[in-house]
Each structure stands twice: as C-alpha cells, then as structure tokens.
Design a protein around this ligand. Structure first.
Ligand SMILES: [Zn+2]
Length: 455
C-alpha cells in the first residue's frame, strides 16, 4: 500500500536553489563564481519568481507549462508567468535576467516532485508513465532540465565574459555510455518452446526439449558470452545480480537461479577479474525494506557499490531512504519501464531529493534511459527491429549534446540468438552507433569516480 506523506516542513526557496545549482555546477567543466538567484538577492543572474505557493502545497502537478523555443527546440517551461517577455535578457553591466522561473521548473522535474506527491501507482507499485508530465506534454525523450541549464549557462557566459563547456569524459569523450545487464534468468530459455510444444500436444518435441535441458546448459546461461560480446566494442559490463530465487508474496518471480551456489559465485568472481562490475538487483519488496536489501547485499560474490531494483520497483516516498540506509553509492533504477527517455528530464547522474530532510540524498542516481523489454513488449512499445535505432537516435543525440550518460539495460536472456525483436542483433546495432560517436564506455564505479566525490 502507498505510504502516507510524511509531515515535513515545506521545501524552502533556498533549498530548491541550492539543490538545482549544485547540479548545474556539476554539469559543466568549470563554472565561474556568478551570483544566481531571485530579485531580492540582487544577483548578477536574476530569475523571475513564478512558483507562488506551489512548493508549500502538496499538488503533484503545476499549472500547464508554456512552450518556448530555445536553440531550435520547443521546450515546455513550467512556472513561466511572463510568456510575452523574452526568456532570457542579456543586460548591460554584466547582468542578465531569466523571465521564467527555471530554478523552480528544474527543481520540480529533477526532484521527482510529481511522483512523490502523486497517489498513482501501477500493479507493481510503480509511478506510471501515463501519470507523468513527460507523458502529458510529450517530452519524455527531451532532457528538459539540461535545456534549462543551457539557458542559465548562456546567462552566465554573458555575465562572466567567458564560455562554459559541458563536462567531458575519459579521454575527452563527449558523453558516456553505461552498459548494464540485470540477471533475472539463467535457466529458462527452454521453457517457452517447451510450453508451446506441450500446448500443441507435441509430446515428442516437449520430451526432447526437456531432455536437452538436462544434457546441456541453457542458452540463457551465457554470462561469459555477454561479457565477451560487450568487450568486443571496447565496452564493459555491469551485472546486476538477483539474490532472491523465491517468488515474491504476490507471485512475482525473482531469480531462476541461486546466487549463493558456489559454482555461480566463482563465475561471477571470474567476470569481475576480467573487468566486469557486479551490483545488486534488489528483489521484489526490497525497495521498501532496507534490512532485506542489506541481507541481499551480503550475498554478493564481490563488493558492490550499486543497485537497481528488480521490475524497476521504486516507491518515491520510501526508496531513496532505503538506498541511503543500505549504504549504496549509486542506484540505476529511475527510468520508465513503459518508455525510453528521461524520467527526471535530466541526462546526467544526479542526487535524488530527500523530501523529509529538504536536501540532496547521499547516493548518485544514474538514470536508466532504455531497457530492451521497453522496446517490444505487449504492455510497452511494439517497435519492429528496424525501428529501434531510429526511435532512440534523437535521445542519444540529446545525451551527446549535453555530455550526459546513456544507460542501457540489455538482459542476458536478450543475447539469445532466438530473440529476433530485441536480441543480439539489435544490441549490436545500438553498440555500433554509440561507438561510432566516440562515447566513453564506463561502469558504475567510473561514474562515481567522475561525479561521486564532487559536491
Ligand atoms: Zn529484474
């Protein structure tokens, strides 16, 4: 059931400003000391206040955004009370004014305000994409907060008389790519064809499949193949391991393998030795149960600083505290299962907002941009194989433009050659494109090193 909203103090203007500017400073290589704030602070870059009492109430949705054009992109601008005025005014004497409240708008999207205050949850307890402003106003594949920052950057460049560059990655790469694999199943490739054979009454075929299962290993038992395939693109794999093999109390399946099995522990240790990273794939229920999550963490074959919840479970009112208390340095759950894009409208790792304390959480969220199942699934999108890259291309270009991180989830079972919709061929196509753009392939630890220690 949905946890009640805690009674906490309203989020102050100062807290919102500090949260947003902290992320702004991390998005660019070097930001000169320029004062940014509302009129009463008499800053060099003045933001016109447009939020009214929105942040002292508990409404999940702000008034309808305006549409503004910025660098050939039409942007939704929340808290924009002066649409007849230019968005940005570059003033004499090293001053600038932004006529929409971009600080409040950025805070609203980045903090996940909508999901925290919304009562909408789907059958898995998740905030549904259809309830989001990204869906309502059609901007899920546009990192709107990065565009807000671009406007702020232009104001600062005018005031400081110097240009700002987006952050660069390892070897001056223009953006980074984080390749991840949630390991839900290692032994179940035979099940679907066997079920189909049984359904058709083809007992001979059924018996043959069953027999094969005992004689040789399953097609999905392919961890080494996955690592080798990814390494073929000079990229590295991060494996999210699911320590729970029993079904959840509501019947939702967890792992089809036992992580504690000695042979499997050794295989994962070998993957780590060959440059792989392991992280926790918190089972159903752990997103609201810190002790359960800690117990799962203890089963890992090697030290794990990251987590992603199975089924992308995330209860906005509870989960950030669970991740903090379990001591993870990063999480990579926040994407919409139903659609690729930017759940918090931001293409860089960020610190989720702690609404009870009124400040940033201690862990880094590496937002999830696209998972295989989203692209072709009865409940999600139904893209044909040749439509996948063209559909994702604009999103990749946005990430590159802002020096962000592209997080891709390709489950190990989607490396099965029998998968012709979101399988190894579609993965190869995406990897070839990303490599052709000179991305830096990174894992969670690399990202922490780049961004984790900076405040
Ligand atoms: Zn999973």
């Amino acid at each position: 059931m949905l946890p009640p909203l805690p009674t906490s103090a309203p989020i102050s203007t100062e807290a919102r400003l500090a949260y947003v500017l902290r992320h702004f400073r991390q998005a660019y290589a070097e930001v000169p000391e320029v004062s940014i704030g509302y009129a009463h602070q008499q800053p060099q870059v003045e933001i016109v206040d447009g939020a009214g009492d929105f942040f002292s109430r508990q409404n999940p949705y702000p008034p309808t955004p305006t549409s503004r054009e910025w660098q050939d992109q039409v942007l939704p601008v929340f808290f924009d009370l002066n649409p007849e005025q230019p968005l940005l005014e570059l003033l004499p004497a090293n001053r600038a004014r932004i006529n929409a409240d971009l600080i409040s708008a950025a805070f609203y999207l980045l903090s996940g305000w909508q999901e925290y205050f919304s009562n909408e949850r789907d059958q898995h307890g998740r905030f549904p994409y259809t309830a989001s402003v990204q869906h309502r106003y059609g901007f899920v594949a546009v990192p709107v907060v990065n565009y807000y920052f671009d406007i702020l950057k232009t104001a600062i460049e005018h005031v400081a008389g110097q240009s700002l560059q987006p952050r660069r990655w390892i070897n001056e790469a223009p953006f980074a790519t984080f390749i991840t694999h949630d390991i839900d199943a290692l032994h179940s490739a035979w099940k679907a064809p066997a079920k189909a054979a049984l359904h058709r009454g083809n007992l001979l075929r059924f018996g043959k499949l069953l027999w094969q299962r005992f004689l040789k290993s399953d097609t999905w038992d392919n961890l080494e193949l996955v690592q080798k395939t990814v390494a073929g693109y000079d990229a590295k794999s991060t494996f999210f391991l699911l320590p729970e093999h029993r079904r959840a109390s509501n019947g939702t399946p967890n792992a089809d393998y036992k992580l504690a099995a000695t042979a499997l522990q050794w295989r994962f240790k070998a993957l780590v030795k060959h440059g792989g990273e392991v992280a926790v794939h918190g089972s159903i229920g752990t997103s609201v149960d810190q002790q359960h999550l800690v117990r799962e963490q203890a089963q890992m074959p090697a030290s794990a600083s990251g987590n992603r919840f199975h089924y992308l479970s995330w209860e906005p009112r509870r989960t950030p505290a669970v991740v903090v208390e379990a001591g993870f340095a990063y999480d990579s759950t926040l994407g919409f299962a139903e659609h690729f894009g930017f759940r918090n409208s931001y293409c860089l790792p960020f610190r989720p907002f702690d609404f009870t304390q009124g400040r940033a959480c201690t862990f880094l969220e590496i937002p999830l941009n696209v998972m295989d199942a989203t692209l072709h699934h009865p409940n999600y999108l139904q893209l044909a194989p040749h439509e996948i890259l063209p559909a994702l291309l604009p999103m990749f270009q946005e990430i590159e433009r802002f020096g962000g991180v592209c997080t891709l989830l390709w489950h190990n079972d989607h490396f099965d050659p029998a998968n012709e919709t979101t399988g190894p061929r579609q993965f190869a196509e995406l990897m070839q494109y990303l490599r052709s753009r000179n991305t830096a392939f990174v894992n969670g630890r690399d990202i922490l090193q780049e961004l984790g220690n900076r405040s």
